[in-house]
Design a protein around this ligand. Structure first.
Ligand SMILES: [Zn+2]
Length: 297
């Protein structure tokens, strides 16, 4: 079953914020959060934490799936407001999140929304000034929460080099971020391999054998029940889209810009398949075309 990422997903999982930029709260004795979207969302997440936990200070750890601005933006804000909060992410995200150029990029991508919601933000300080992780996670690592629940770290590069997924065996739940694909407006799976096509596929293969009853996607939706079916679909969609890009590149004589324009025209303009702003969609599509063009066979 596909559910919009808002409010209660299962007995244990709640989606905070809004469906486009969900932060997933795992309830329990020592509640933890997965991802914290763009900077301007910080106060909203905090408000939802109050709503679901009573006291936001009960939150123990924030786990990040990757270092994109729409997944880590409000982490520093949460840290400032919940001093004991520990922040964890994959090992390679640790370095990235301290780099001046990465910080600058996150700031510039966050600005338009900060401006747009200026009046709501009031004097809340949400600017992203870099992020020191408390814990850099390795592939296969297990984190044990106070109530005995374990969280397994699975490195899943391909969307970015630093992407990780989190698997909670007790709940058969996977925090898939963008490694598990996304949906277009017709609920077809759309792969999001930005850094590497081959890594993206290998990462999906790693997820294929997990038992998944709950799948929390990076944006808009969560799946329950037959959630596991998403992974083979994502593998197929990745292959199909990879082939399509290859064909477009061939037709365009290897010109990446032309290939991007043609796919944009067909999917975004004509078929209106994509529920995303034009600029980030084009940036991502260009990265996908580049990933295929630069593929070593
Ligand atoms: Zn991303």
């Amino acid at each position: 079953m596909i559910k919009e990422s808002q409010g209660r997903i299962t007995e244990e999982f709640y989606a905070l914020g809004n469906p486009g930029l969900p932060a997933y709260l795992l309830m329990g004795k020592s509640p933890v959060l997965f991802d914290s979207g763009m900077t301007f969302m910080g106060p909203l997440y905090l408000q939802d934490l109050k709503k679901y936990l009573g006291d936001p200070n009960r939150l123990t750890t924030l786990f990040l799936t990757h270092s994109h601005f729409d997944h880590v933006g409000s982490a520093p804000f949460l840290k400032r407001n919940i001093p004991r909060l520990k922040i964890a992410a994959g090992k390679s995200a640790a370095d990235i999140l301290k780099r001046p150029n990465a910080i600058q990029l996150i700031q510039s991508l966050s600005k338009p929304m900060e401006e747009k919601f200026k009046s709501q933000l009031g004097d809340a300080e949400v600017t992203f000034q870099g992020l020191d992780l408390d814990r850099a996670l390795e592939d296969g690592e297990e984190i044990r929460l106070e109530d005995g629940t374990t969280i397994q770290v699975i490195t899943t590069p391909g969307h970015t080099r630093d992407t990780v997924c989190y698997y909670i065996p007790r709940l058969k739940a996977l925090v898939g971020g963008e490694a598990a694909g996304s949906f277009n407006r017709q609920f077809d799976v759309r792969p999001v391999f930005l850094s590497s096509y081959d890594d993206y596929l290998s990462s999906l293969e790693k997820l294929k054998n997990l038992k998944i009853d709950v799948l929390l996607l990076g944006h808009h939706y969560a799946l329950t029940g037959d959630a596991q079916e998403m992974i083979p679909k994502a593998i197929e969609a990745t292959r199909t889209f990879g082939q399509r890009i290859e064909d477009e590149l061939k037709a365009a004589g290897g010109n990446q810009e032309v290939a991007v324009k043609r796919i944009f025209q067909e999917d975004y303009v004509e078929k209106k398949l994509i529920d995303q702003e034009e600029r980030p969609f084009l940036i991502n599509l260009a990265a996908q075309v580049k990933a295929i063009a630069g593929r070593k066979k």
